[in-house]
Design a protein around this ligand. Sequence first.
Ligand code: HEM
Length: 407
Amino acid sequence: MLRALTALLLTIGLSGPALAQYVDPDVLQAPVAEGASEAAPRASTGGATTLEDILARQNGEVVDDSYRSENLGQDKPVYPTDSPLFTRGGPSDADLWRAMRYDEADIRTQNNGPASHTLIQDGGMRWLEFRSGPLLFWGAIGLGGTLAVLALFYLIRGKVKLDHAPQGRYIERFKAIERFAHWLLAASFITLGITGLLSLFGRKVFIPIFGHDAFAAVAGVTKWVHDNISWAFIIALVMIFVFWVAHNLPDRTDIKWILRGGGMFGGGHPPAKKFNAGQKLIFWSVIIFGTSISVSGLSMLFPFQINLFGHTFGLLNDIGAPGWFGQGPLPVNLAPQEEMQLAQLWHAILALVLTAIIFGHIYIGTLGMEGAFDAMGKGEVDVEWAREHHSIWAAEVEAETTPRRKV
Ligand code: HEM
């Protein structure tokens, strides 16, 4: 009986890849069909897919499928576009399906875009499962967890107050153009964050509450806003990089600042220049993550035109990076759709991480620290605040200008 089942299974395997997706594990325990050799199991199927191939694929292993990818009937006249079927030997349907599977079929479509010739690719289900499973779960945990930690920190530590009373004399901290760039960055990031989260969590959260029609309308607007506001974010990112990069280069004061936990240990705030080490970390996170989010976003805005991953994986393979983590080489021949799937995941993961970091930043700029908001709100800060938080910078500015007294 088991043999009969095995034989049936092999027959199905030969008749077409779509039918060979699921194999009953009990059946897999059965010996392979009569005549099969251990050393060359492919002989048992006449050169086609074997049980071992199916099993390995279902286990997520990489299967050498050159026996299919190199068997596309190229030695026969091309079917169907260049010649009719011959009685004596046009390529068979199996050849044609294999050619489609490996992107070699001569397909004519109305849309001749870069991905229009790829009808079948591997990544779709993997992408969908990751996007609607772990990405949502860990994204929600990450953002929710960050908010919970900040709330706890506020309850324990409270607002960081000034050690001495403000003096009522002010020095300039940010010029109007710097504040414009910062608020353009902040407004665009918050808009992108809200619309991005709506796209990511909409199906799971919005549809069950408000229904499909309401979500369809919201999703249409959300996508338009997200796509178009992205330009404001990119422009603002370039502006703050140009304005502030010189103040964010690491130096020796940062080591002392970090060793004293930014003032958490050792009493009082450690000396700092215009930006302390914590702020430099925020700055470089925004620049590096923001750039990578922007580039992966652009590759989705212009689908299939900017392929980032196959090339990057090739470079990583060349330096042996996957081996450092005990992994085999990364795939370099990605289908155009797989490039887009990876761009979407990368974009979403980095955006979630940066959002968590920015939660911390917004907390310090508002609730967390007395006097901090003035720097970006009004552009000037009380001399006392400047001396306590950025002593080296305050001394430099005070040596050059006289603090302005407010009337
Ligand atoms: C409502 C939201 C926000 C508030 C209240 C806020 C507040 C502030 C304040 C007060 C400063 C100046 C700190 C100082 O004087 O030393 C600042 C700096 C900065 N902000 Fe924001 N910000 C917000 C949103 C954002 C967003 C969304 C981003 C980036 C995506 C961002 C990126 C930066 C950077 C890179 C700096 C300079 C480095 C630093 O001070 O940490 N901000 N922000």
